[in-house]
Design a binder for this molecule. Structure first.
Ligand SMILES: [Zn+2]
Length: 273
């Protein structure tokens, strides 16, 4: 099977053409035609951050938002409030990490509790990814929270920019800033090592969500590849993750049995076990 020479897409996950004698996926072809100017994106981020005095930090208790929180506070001296949207299926370790990290950095932590069972149940049943619907709802909750508390900025821990910019405008005048835009995994891990952060034992590209593992497993059984393949391929393309590590991340996940049971039981989906 052909594998893209720049990222990790293959014939199952993307359309691949031979370009100058090498296999190259369509997404990498677009990337090479409109290559983002890294320096410009970083400069734009620095410029923007000079004007950010207070902000909501979208804090999941996972590793990336932990790094974002650290940077917002220690590098940019932003008056941040860490706001965690608990969708009902957060790993206990993530909440524990959230408490420890915010205490360590002296940042207030607000936990907003909701029930996303409807999204998780429906997507697990169909063998689809819950991530898009979940993060869309979470961003909307955070946007409303920011409006209510007169914040203008929401900082998130995404490492890929919005196209050629590290931020986007949301409705109501709120600006979402991806503070880790184009930061490599190695840089992020270096910051994490300075903090009281513990890695939970979860499947997939997450350090906080109990749903992801079982959802990845269902999807994998149906389609024969991971629904995180596209996102992880992008990280490799942008040079933010090495190929070998990425290939491991898109393998069929091994979900701890007790997590699987707990998730299916709480969603009334035991018939799928
Ligand atoms: Zn590619």
């Amino acid at each position: 099977m052909q594998v893209c020479s720049l990222c990790i897409h293959n014939e199952k996950t993307a359309k691949i053409d031979i370009v100058d004698g090498k296999p190259l996926c369509r997404e990498c072809q677009v990337y090479l035609r409109h290559r983002p100017d890294r320096l410009r994106i970083r400069e734009e981020l620095e410029e923007l951050m000079r004007n950010v005095d207070r902000a909501v930090l979208a804090f999941s208790g996972g590793k990336d938002s932990t790094v974002a929180l650290y940077l917002a506070r220690e590098r940019y001296h932003v008056d941040v409030e860490a706001v965690m949207v608990d969708h009902g299926f957060m790993a206990a370790e993530a909440i524990e990490n959230a408490r420890k990290i915010t205490e360590h950095l002296g940042v207030p932590l607000r936990i907003l509790r909701y029930d996303y069972s409807d999204i998780f149940r429906a997507t697990l049943l169909k063998g689809q990814s819950p991530c898009r619907a979940c993060s869309r709802r979470t961003m909307e909750r955070l946007r409303k929270y920011a409006l209510r508390k007169s914040y203008r900025y929401i900082i998130t821990g995404h490492e890929l920019p919005f196209g050629h910019h590290p931020y986007r405008r949301m409705s109501g005048g709120i600006v979402q800033i991806r503070l880790l835009s184009l930061m490599s995994e190695e840089e992020r891990l270096e910051i994490l090592r300075k903090l009281p952060f513990e890695f939970p034992n979860l499947a997939g590209y997450t350090t906080n969500c109990l749903i992801l593992g079982p959802a990845l497993e269902r999807y994998y059984e149906k389609h024969g590849f991971s629904f995180e393949h596209r996102r992880i391929a992008a990280l490799v393309r942008y040079g933010l993750m090495d190929r070998e590590k990425a290939m491991k991340k898109v393998e069929k996940p091994e979900v701890p049995e007790e997590i699987k049971r707990e998730v299916y039981r709480r969603l009334n989906l035991e018939e799928l076990l």
